[in-house]
Design a protein around this ligand. Structure first.
Ligand SMILES: *Cc1c(COP(=O)(O)O)cnc(C)c1O
Ligand code: SF4
Length: 342
């Protein structure tokens, strides 16, 4: 719960907090040359990185960079953000639009993909560019924006749950988010708001006091789903950002993408669950990779996924075992994959 002092806006301090995350966002490393230099990595990685970055630009915020182990080309955090030559290969089954979402996009900023939940595309951008993401082919910058999307929900009816998605909805500033949440709160049918975001993990200073206040004040129940793939992504600053969210939200969950060379072993996944729980966050989904062109080198096949999941289920309490799932094009929900009986 918010204390009384936290309830009082402190303009000077709030402005500085807003400036800090904005600076960290703007100051993200975008040149492969600089990334390699700062991490003491071999020059031989430069040419393929520059070539692959032409398709999907590199973007690495400095707070995330600080958690990458220098001098290790195989670091699991580095692997998520460094463009490599393998991205340029083509593989059968890996396409630009693996979820066939382009058809579902009307340009209005609302995606009616799941029953009882509306997905509102709040912004097109992201603070970090994850090399395995299906967004690598569609940065979604053409969506109308949250105001138009809200107009549509107000006029055509809204479901119980509205999901703010993107891009990353926490790229909106606190004022815009506050206004968006307030408008959602006035739509009688809406009971829950859910925010899918990677920002608290990659730029933890984004979880400002003003953001917490907006979330704490609304009538709606709020669910935050963050996205971390490796236990080392959760350092002390991230843990306190997650705790700040936990204080004001109904639930904070995490989703992970199962990625070859990043988290495709039981020990890493178990340690991620433990680290999340220590920050009061529950593991929600463990996604199989969407087969997007340029990400085939991250693929972990479903059989291996099932084996890892079964090992995880044997070593952790049930509430620390995420659901193994994949998205099927056109499906009204995620497909949860049950492990084969041993
Ligand atoms: C899966 C997913 C959803 C909605 O599905 P739930 O099963 O209700 O969690 C919404 N947004 C994103 C980004 C998702 O991956
Ligand atoms: S949508 Fe999520 S996974 Fe994709 S690039 Fe943005 S932050 Fe990364």
């Amino acid at each position: 719960m918010l204390t009384d002092t936290a309830r009082q806006p402190k303009p000077g301090r709030e402005r500085r907090a807003a400036e800090r995350w904005r600076q960290e966002l703007i100051g993200a490393i975008r040149q492969p040359e600089e990334l390699l230099r700062r991490l003491d990595l071999p020059e031989s990685l430069l040419a393929p990185a520059e070539q692959a970055a032409r398709t999907f630009p590199m973007r690495v915020p400095v707070p995330y960079l600080a958690r990458i182990r220098p001098g290790d080309p195989n670091d699991p955090l580095l692997r998520q953000v460094l463009p490599i030559g393998a991205e340029l290969e083509t593989h059968p089954g890996y396409t630009a639009d693996p979820l066939a979402e382009q058809g579902a996009r009307t340009g209005s900023g609302v995606l009616q993909k799941y029953n009882g939940r509306s997905l509102l595309i709040a912004t097109g951008g992201c603070a970090i560019h994850c090399r395995y993401c299906f967004r690598r082919c569609f940065p979604y910058n053409r969506e109308a924006g949250w105001r138009t999307a809200l107009d549509q929900l107000e006029q055509h009816g809204a479901p119980e749950e509205v999901i703010l998605s993107g891009g990353d909805p926490l790229l909106l500033d606190d004022q815009a988010l506050g206004a968006c949440l307030e408008r959602l709160g006035r739509i009688a049918a809406v009971r829950r708001v859910r925010i899918h975001t990677r920002l608290p993990v990659v730029i933890p200073s984004r979880v400002t006091a003003a953001l917490a206040r907006h979330l704490g004040q609304i009538r709606l129940q709020s669910v935050i789903v963050v996205h971390a793939n490796h236990p080392r992504e959760i350092d002390a600053e991230v843990s306190s950002a997650l705790a700040r969210l936990r204080n004001v939200c109904s639930t904070v969950l995490n989703q992970t993408v199962l990625l070859r060379g990043v988290n495709d072993d039981t020990a890493t996944l178990a340690s991620l669950s433990e680290r999340l729980f220590a920050a009061d966050v529950l593991p929600y989904y463990l996604h199989l990779l969407d087969p997007v062109a340029g990400a085939a080198h991250f693929d972990v096949d479903a059989k291996t996924g099932q084996r890892l999941w079964a090992e995880l289920a044997r070593s952790l309490p049930g509430y620390l075992v995420p659901r193994l799932a994949r998205e099927e094009p056109g499906a009204a929900a995620k497909t949860v994959i049950t492990p084969d009986a041993p």
